[in-house]
Design a protein around this ligand. Structure first.
Ligand code: SF4
Length: 249
């Protein structure tokens, strides 16, 4: 904002004698700044949403996600997956998200679209995110594997190992504070444990300094709707930790 322009507006206001006490204080402040030789005041930075970055440091991502995505698109480390995939499914969302949702691998819909969580389970995930007063654009959504295993089988240990470098680089670029693992495969794979999802959920774990909350996969909720209550309990724990207030139900 230019001080000169503000003063011109204030001068017009003075002529009409409509200046309020707070307006007078602003005008006096601007005049004293001008006397001090300050002619411009920078615009205030836009306040990030609660789900986005809290500080400027996080705006400086380690590595550009687009560079990693270009590398992933050419990857043939898993011979079978590279031959059978339609395309790689890298991830989608806010590159500075505080919260990342992590699934296991793309399914048929995701393989076709190139976007994670777009099928029926993905639509349910979107509803869960929106129930948390967020949108898919506030968070980042990605998978352990970037390629669809044929027949939607679970990722093999060697495939998970092959793809871990990309996941770690994505996380290093995004710098999330929280990871929400969706389902036992993602949770056990990330945390390198055999503990069942029923025991992993409900409390926080750690992955490279990032707080991890595990919950059921939306596809499981489609088969077992009563489990939605437990996922909602997990989301309440997560949102409370993130300082995001949920509407009373
Ligand atoms: S799953 Fe990951 S490591 Fe394997 S081929 Fe796809 S991108 Fe490469």
């Amino acid at each position: 904002m230019a001080v000169r322009n503000a003063n011109e507006k204030n001068a017009k206001g003075k002529a009409k004698s409509t200046r309020t006490p707070s307006g007078r204080a602003v005008a006096q402040r601007l005049e004293s700044l001008q006397r001090a030789g300050i002619t411009h005041i920078p615009k205030a930075a836009q306040t990030p949403s609660t789900a986005q970055l809290p500080d400027a440091d996080r705006q400086t991502s380690g590595e550009d996600l687009e560079i990693i995505a270009a590398e992933v698109a050419q990857c043939v480390r898993c011979e079978e997956l590279a031959q059978t995939r339609t395309q790689t499914v890298f991830g989608v969302g806010n590159p500075h998200a505080r919260l990342v949702f992590l699934g296991e691998a793309p399914g048929a819909d995701e393989d076709r679209e190139g976007i994670p969580f777009v099928g029926r389970a993905g639509q349910l995930l979107t509803k869960i995110i929106e129930a948390c007063t967020l949108s898919r654009d506030d968070v980042y959504i990605l998978n352990i594997l970037k390629c669809r295993p044929p027949g939607n089988r679970n990722p093999s240990p060697s495939e998970s190992d092959n793809c871990r470098e990309y996941l770690n680089r994505q996380l290093a670029a995004i710098k999330p504070e929280y990871i929400c693992c969706l389902g036992s495969v993602a949770a056990q794979n990330l945390l390198d444990t055999d503990t069942p999802i029923g025991k992993l959920r409900g409390s926080f774990h750690d992955y490279q300094g990032i707080k991890v909350l595990c919950t059921y996969h939306p596809a499981y909720l489609l088969r077992n709707p009563p489990a939605k209550r437990m996922v909602w309990e997990d989301m309440q724990i997560l949102m409370a930790e993130m300082g995001i207030e949920l509407p009373a139900k």
